[in-house]
Design a protein around this ligand. Structure first.
Ligand code: PLP
Length: 378
């Protein structure tokens, strides 16, 4: 049964998602393709709905983290190209080919395993080679003294039977962090990437899709990194420190409701651990959102929620299903009224700092108890 008066919910705006897609798309060099990253349930927004919108809008590619996420899209009727960025065991090669899923290849051994599996039943697996240029995670190692060997292995992997090496990609470690040193590191990663590609091409192989630009690279004006395709996630959803400057809009608005209101005298302690004491007579509201919904307990006492008439500071430890806010300065707020935790009216970056984390983590943390409601913001 659907309860109409939800205690908390996440509104997701299709209008803002499409707006962001078109803004990002129009900033790309001519001919550059657009891959939308929809891993982790589209950063908590809902992968299937997001994928369907991007498909209709004309995006070229989608990316997910793992096979289950790719299959969810296929089972939901998404037919556009889908790339798995993470590791998949070669025993699933038939499933990949059967569902027309593109797989990242993270090293020569993995390439050989996919090749053997594909050949064993006469199929061809479409792959993108992952080059590790300084992230030190997945991919053929192409840093420093390893560049020559990495490029040679890439060239070998590309020619393996049963593989169609459509693309090659690398991932930046600090493209989203400001400062000269970070920019230098990103440029060096990009140099290693293009150098590795040049060596593979010198050996007579050409990739159709070379890509490396995540949100950070798109944002920090590294246009040469666009190559054949860009690969933004966070920016597509309108989040990150500088998203607003680009005219991007947040796609998710996390909302809750005032359950009850009570007035306490000064010196009253609030919630578990008694970590807040009222300094004055205080009109305290109880909100229907807690850490089990994805509101981190770490930001207890360190953030405010937004009401139409102003903001209310959160007080005391955040509980599993509820938390308290000081409504003394908002006398008109009554039980049943809606509050915004983050979204267009409450900056997710501020909440992230209060929780000592990054917007990515808070978006992904909105739990499955919280219904996603796809509707344009009013
Ligand atoms: C998550 C991810 C992205 C998107 O990163 P954003 O910072 O959200 O733009 C791009 N590429 C890879 C390999 C990723 O894992």
């Amino acid at each position: 049964m659907k309860i109409p008066d939800k205690r908390c919910w996440a509104e997701v705006s299709p209008e803002n998602l499409l707006h962001n897609y078109h803004v990002l798309r129009s900033s790309l060099p001519g001919g550059c393709r657009f891959l939308g990253v929809v891993k982790a349930d589209a950063y908590g927004h809902g992968a299937l709905e997001t994928a369907r919108l991007l498909e209709k809008a004309g995006a070229d590619y989608l990316a997910v983290a793992c096979l289950d996420e790719a299959l969810e899209l296929r089972e939901g009727g998404v037919t556009m190209p889908v790339l798995i960025l993470g590791h998949t065991d070669a025993r699933y090669t038939a499933l990949l080919i059967g569902n027309d899923i593109t797989q990242a290849v993270t090293g020569l051994k993995e390439a050989e395993a996919f090749s053997a599996a594909a050949q064993s039943f006469g199929g061809t697996l479409r792959v993108h080679m992952a080059a590790d240029t300084g992230m030190s995670r997945l991919g053929f190692l192409c840093t420093g003294a390893e560049l020559e060997r990495g490029a040679a292995q890439l060239a070998r992997a590309c020619r393996l039977p049963g593989l169609d090496a459509e693309g090659i990609f690398t991932h930046f470690a600090v493209s989203d962090e400001p400062g000269e040193e970070n920019e230098r590191y990103t440029r060096e990663q990009f140099r290693l990437f293009t150098e590795a590609i040049a060596r593979v091409e010198a050996a007579g192989f050409r990739f159709r899709l070379r890509h490396c630009a995540n949100s950070g690279a798109v944002l920090h004006c590294l246009p040469e990194t666009a190559l054949d395709m860009v690969r933004p996630g966070l920016l597509l959803y309108g989040y990150g420190d500088d998203a607003g400057k680009l005219g991007l809009r947040p796609c998710m608005r996390l909302k809750t409701r005032v359950l009850t209101v009570k007035t306490y005298g000064p010196g009253t302690t609030v919630s578990y651990g008694r970590r807040y004491t009222t300094a004055r007579e205080t009109r305290m509201g109880v909100l229907g959102i807690g850490y089990a919904d994805g509101l981190p307990r770490l930001c207890s006492n360190h953030f405010s929620v937004a009401f139409p008439g102003g903001t209310a500071p959160q007080r005391g430890s955040i509980c599993m299903d509820m938390c308290m806010v000081d409504l003394s300065d908002l006398p008109d707020v009554q039980p049943g009224d809606e509050a915004e935790i983050f979204g267009p009216g409450a900056d997710l970056n501020v909440l992230s700092r209060a929780a000592q984390t990054i917007p990515y983590e808070l978006l992904c943390s909105v739990s499955k108890r919280v219904p996603r409601v796809w509707k344009n913001f009013d």
